[in-house]
Design a protein around this ligand. Sequence first.
Ligand code: APR
Length: 228
Amino acid sequence: MKKIVILTGAGISAESGLGTFRDEGGLWAQHRIEDVATPEGFARNPDLVHHFYNARRVQAQQARPNAAHEALARLQSASDGEVILVTQNVDDLHERAGSQNVIHMHGALSGALCASCDARWRAPLKMNRDSICPKCAAHSARPDIVWFGEMPYQMDEIYHHLREADLFAAIGTSGNVYPAAGFVQDATQFGAGTIELNLEPSATVSAFAQTSFGKATDTVPAWVESLL
Ligand code: APR
């Protein structure tokens, strides 16, 4: 296998104790997307949005990578070919498991972004409406998270990798949010094999050539072993 492109979602971090978005009792059952995950929500009530991401930042820092994150790091270091990791997750559990060059297409909790001048810096554990941009000094610091209505990061790079992929795998994602949910169709068109590893069939399951259902800590290490 020369090139494998892997897309991960909230399901891979679920067994590390981080809640998913759309499972029963998930984040979007407890918070309104419009309030905490849109630029308009941030403009209306920055403190509410900071409070939401501050809590998630602390939670993510306390979480530990699980056997699925570790298996993917092992695949990256032991594979003969190239293994590209694209994640929708804003936690850093892939990096802490030892993965390299992770593409965070929806941003990262570790990042801060100035809504005025686009400067980026490392986010402190807690931010609020008085947090100041170190470059332009505006009171417009926000989490460097891609919100609904915003363009995901590194899309050109991701499509470049999908075009070259021999195998595309989606792990722990419900297939509800585009453009990531469309990667399986793109990869198929570009000639790659496809596999879904998820707790249950996703919204896009019919687009995958192969499936493996179960907990990520079971299915991902087994899949990695089959590849190495
Ligand atoms: N192992 C494997 N899969 C799991 C596990 C587990 N232990 N627990 C849950 N899952 C699966 C669920 O069955 C579900 O299909 O993970 C998926 C999580 O789906 P979502 O909560 O919708 O998360 P995700 O697909 O990553 O969301 C995409 O939506 O709002 C946003 O920007 C946010 O990046 C996020 C995007």
